[in-house]
Design a binder for this molecule. Structure first.
Ligand code: TRP
Length: 457
C-alpha cells in the first residue's frame, strides 16, 4: 500500500492468507461476546432463526458485493467508489463507512480491553473457588472503574495500531493465521462442558426453540445489525480487504466460506454460553457483561480450568485484534491513499481519535453511567448507531450500487476474472442484489422506526 504511486499495490500472498484475513476480520468479539448477549436480550430461538436467515439472504450477498467493489476499484472504500463512479455521489457510502469505523473501534476497544483484564485475572487465578455471585461482583467492580478499563483499552489500541503500521502482508496476514483453529477447539470443549452441566437443557431450549411471540420490529433490526456486525460488512472493511485480493481468487467461495465459519463459531459460542447461563441460574438478558460473568463459571467446572481460562482469554483477545485491525485499516487506507498521509502517521492519528471517543464508551459503564443521549449511554448509542443503523444502511447502498449501478457485465467480469473462473448462481445473485436485499433491509428499517407496520408488536 505504500507503493501507491507505482500502481503496484501490496496484496495478500495466498488463498489461505486471504481466507485467514477475511475470517480473522469476521470472527471476533462479535461472535463470542456480542452474539450471546444480543441473543439473550432478544429472547433466544426466534431471534436466532431471523439472524440465520439474514446471514444467508443478506449477509453473503453484501459480503460478495464488498469484495467486488474493492477488487474492481483497487482502492480504500472511499476511493473505490470514486473510481468506479466518477462524478457521482456514491463516495458518500465510503464516508459513512469511515464514520462507522470510528464508532465501532471506539466501543470495540472497550470490550477488547475487558478481555485483556480477564487474561490477567485468569493468569492470576482470580476465578478460583468463587461462587457465581462473587464472579458477578468481580466483573461489576472491574468494569465500573476508571483507570483499569482505560488502561487496557489503551493497550489494545496500541497493539492494533502496531499491527496496522506493519502493513498488509507483514501485519494482517501473519497475525490472522493459525490461531483461530485453537479458539474453535477450546470453544468445543467449553460447549461440551456447558451442555453436560445439570440444568443445561433450559439453555439449549432458549437458544434453539423459537418462541415467535418474542419477535418484534426491534428484534428484526437487532438481528440485522448483529448479522452485519458479525460478518464485518456494511462499512467497507471488506471493500478495503477486497482491494488486496488477487484477480485469480474466487470471491464467491471466499464469501461463503467466511460466512459459514463465522456463523458456526457464533453458534458454538451460544452453545457454550446459554446452557451454563441456565445451569448457574443467571439472566440471559444481562447485557454486555454476559460472557464475563458466565465463562469463569464454566472454567471452574473443567479439569485444568486454570490453563483453559488463560489460553481462552488470550485467544479471544487475539480474535479481537484480527478484527479491530480490519476496522482501523478502513480509516488508514483512506488517509494514506486519498490524503497522502504516511502510513505510520495515519495510523497514529486514526487510533488516537478512536481512543478519544473510546474513553467515553469505557467510562459509560462507570463514572458516566448516568450520562445519556437519546436515552442511551455513550456505549449503547455508538453500538446502536453503528451496528443497527450505519451498517445496514451501508449494506443497502452497497447492494444497490453493485446491483443497479455497476452493471451485470462488470460484476460478472469481476467474479469470473474475465471469464476464466466459474461462478454459479450468477443470476440468483444479481436478483438478490437488485430486489431482495434492498427491499428486505428497507422493510426491517421502516418497520423498526414505525414507518410501516408488519407483524409483531
Ligand atoms: N466482525 C467483527 C467481530 O465479529 C467486528 C468487525 C471487524 C466489524 N470489522 C468490522 C464489524 C467491520 C463491522 C464492520 O468481532
Amino acid at each position: 500500500m505504500s507503493d501507491k504511486d507505482t500502481g503496484q499495490r501490496e496484496g495478500f500472498s495466498s488463498k489461505f492468507g486471504i481466507l485467514c484475513a477475511a475470517a480473522g476480520s469476521a470472527i471476533g468479539l462479535g461472535n463470542i461476546w456480542r452474539f450471546p448477549y444480543v441473543v439473550g436480550d432478544n429472547g433466544g430461538g426466534a431471534f436466532l432463526l431471523v439472524y440465520l436467515a439474514f446471514i444467508l439472504v443478506l449477509g453473503i450477498p453484501v459480503m460478495l458485493s464488498e469484495f467486488v467493489i474493492g477488487r474492481r476499484g483497487q482502492r480504500n472504500t472511499f476511493g473505490a467508489f470514486r473510481r468506479l463512479a466518477p462524478g457521482r455521489p456514491w463516495w458518500i457510502i465510503g464516508i459513512m463507512g469511515i464514520a462507522a469505523a470510528f464508532m465501532i473501534l471506539a466501543f470495540y476497544s472497550t470490550i477488547a480491553g475487558w478481555t485483556l483484564e480477564y487474561v490477567y485475572k485468569a493468569a492470576t487465578n482470580a476465578f478460583q473457588g468463587k461462587s457465581s455471585d462473587e464472579l458477578g461482583t468481580m466483573f461489576q467492580s472491574f468494569h465500573t472503574q476508571t483507570f483499569r478499563p482505560l488502561m487496557w483499552q489503551l493497550v489494545f489500541m496500541i497493539m492494533t495500531a502496531g499491527i496496522i503500521i506493519a502493513g498488509v502482508k507483514r501485519g494482517i496476514e501473519k497475525y490472522a493465521k493459525i490461531l483461530m483453529p485453537f479458539l474453535v477447539l477450546l470453544l468445543i470443549v467449553m460447549a461440551i462442558r456447558s451442555i453436560t452441566l445439570p440444568g443445561a437443557m433450559g439453555g439449549l431450549q432458549f437458544l434453539f426453540k423459537p418462541d415467535f411471540s418474542e419477535l418484534s420490529p426491534a428484534v428484526f433490526l437487532s438481528a440485522l445489525g448483529q448479522a452485519f456486525f458479525s460478518l464485518s460488512i456494511g462499512m467497507g472493511a471488506l471493500i478495503t480487504y477486497g482491494s488486496y485480493i488477487g484477480k485469480e481468487n474466487k470471491l464467491g467461495n471466499i464469501s461463503v466460506e467466511v460466512s459459514i465459519a463465522d456463523t458456526l463459531i457464533a453458534l458454538l459460542a451460544g452453545v457454550a454460553i446459554f446452557p451454563a447461563v441456565f445451569a448457574f441460574g443467571l439472566e440471559p438478558g444481562e447485557g454486555p457483561g454476559l460472557i464475563f460473568h458466565v465463562l469463569p463459571n464454566i472454567f471452574q467446572q473443567i479439569p485444568g480450568g486454570y490453563f483453559f481460562s488463560v489460553i481462552f482469554f488470550i485467544l479471544l483477545a487475539i480474535a479481537a485484534l484480527t478484527s479491530s485491525i480490519s476496522i482501523l485499516e478502513v480509516v488508514v487506507a483512506f488517509l494514506v491513499e486519498e490524503l497522502n498521509i504516511r502510513r505510520r502517521h495515519a495510523t497514529i492519528m486514526a487510533a488516537a481519535a478512536a481512543t478519544f471517543v473510546g474513553v467515553f464508551c469505557t467510562l459509560s459503564f462507570g463514572v458516566m453511567e448516568d450520562t445519556s443521549l437519546f436515552g442511551k449511554t455513550v456505549f449503547d448509542l455508538l453500538d446502536f448507531t453503528s451496528s443497527n443503523v450505519l451498517l445496514p444502511l451501508g449494506g443497502l447502498f452497497i447492494v444497490v450500487f453493485v446491483g443497479w449501478f455497476l452493471g451485470a457485465s462488470n460484476v460478472r467480469d469481476e467474479l469470473t476474472n474475465s471469464g476464466t473462473l466459474r461462478f454459479r448462481l450468477f443470476s440468483i445473485f444479481m436478483f438478490i442484489l437488485k430486489f431482495i436485499a434492498p427491499v428486505a433491509i428497507a422493510i426491517v428499517f421502516m418497520n423498526s422506526i414505525g414507518l410501516i407496520k408488519l407483524g409483531g408488536s
